[in-house]
Design a protein. Structure first.
Length: 335
């Protein structure tokens, strides 16, 4: 069995509004990522994907607050650690995060090499400018980025080049795990391909050991990740291999998510394009039972009144539904 790089047990985090309302955007989430493996997280906007990404780093800024659970990176539990200690010893070194629209976060008045210096000096104040430049030059070259990029300002780079540069800077200290939050969104198809290839190259060259890739596009995850976790309203509703999740989803939400996307992959072209009716629940007052009940075509009275837990299938995946796998499959075939 491969070494577990990231283990999350029963993690719950919440937003506290100015009216002191609790919004549990990550609700009792557990997951594992093994060394050399990548995990995809999918779901529509507002399901908790990005909040989970932020929570996994153990570094919280109001209105986001840690509530309970464990975040263990390479055997070290970072839950409840002092924020300064997390920033100095965890972020960038153990775990790195690429936020949505990261390419727009670069200060346009500074050169790329300055961002590299900031990251390295924050963790190693004794590093010389020569050492920093040599490392940056070597790393950029391996990742297919011309060394001239180091001397350019962000405004001199295209969107795709800027995104790849942000990724290279983020992993300059070779973190054990990289969280990429929709890194290919807002890019043209050619740039998306280069960004995804770069992420795969990071693992191949050992610059990162594992990766979490977040997107709302399930088919994209099939080409990038080993396993996929589908989130809905702050909870996990299904986990399985990439092949299982894309070609044979069980949970009605995962099935609907897959059916609402136009994809070119063989075996999926003939899938009827459908829309998921309704909208996700308000997490200020989440429903008692299944959070997908109001949008589910197979809903039963007990779905709305009892707690729904994850259950495991014979093929080593989990889903959150009171209906049996056999019943759901039969209904999908009839539908």
């Amino acid at each position: 069995m491969s070494k577990v790089i990231l283990e999350v047990n029963d993690l719950t985090t919440k937003y506290i509004t100015r009216f002191q309302e609790n919004i549990y955007a990550v609700d009792h989430v557990s997951l594992k990522v093994e060394e050399g493996k990548s995990l995809g997280i999918a779901g529509e906007s507002g399901c908790g994907k990005s909040t989970l990404a932020l929570s996994l780093m153990g570094y919280y800024f109001p209105p986001l607050h840690y509530t309970s659970g464990d975040i263990i990176i390479d055997g070290r539990n970072i839950s409840g650690m002092n924020p300064d200690d997390v920033r100095k010893s965890i972020l960038g070194k153990e775990i790195a995060y690429i936020p949505q629209a990261a390419m727009n976060a670069l200060n346009p008045t500074r050169k790329i090499i300055n961002f590299v210096e900031d990251v390295i000096l924050a963790h190693n104040p004794k590093a010389t400018k020569k050492e920093i430049y040599e490392l940056a030059q070597e790393r950029f070259e391996i990742l297919g980025l011309p060394q001239q990029v180091l001397h350019k300002y962000p405004v001199e780079l295209s969107g795709g080049m800027k995104q790849r540069t942000v990724i290279a800077v983020s992993v300059i200290l070779s973190p054990k795990i990289l969280i990429a939050d929709e890194p290919s969104s807002a890019l043209d198809v050619s740039s998306q391909k280069m960004v995804i290839k770069m992420l795969l190259d990071l693992m191949e060259h050992g610059f990162i050991k594992s990766m979490i890739f977040i997107t709302h596009e399930l088919p994209l995850l099939y080409n990038v990740t080993d396993d996929i976790m589908v989130m809905y309203a702050g909870q996990i509703v299904e986990k399985g291999s990439a092949k299982q999740s894309v070609f044979d989803p069980i949970h009605p939400y995962a099935k609907g998510l897959m059916g609402s996307i136009i994809v070119p992959e063989s075996g999926l072209r003939d899938v009827n394009l459908t829309a998921i009716p309704g909208v996700p629940p308000n997490l200020k007052n989440p429903p008692e039972g299944c959070r997908f009940a109001e949008r589910c075509q197979f809903v039963l009275p007990e779905c709305k009144s009892r707690s729904i837990t994850l259950k495991e299938t014979d093929d080593n995946r989990t889903y959150r539904c009171i209906l049996s796998e056999e019943y759901l499959r039969k209904e999908y075939q009839n539908g």
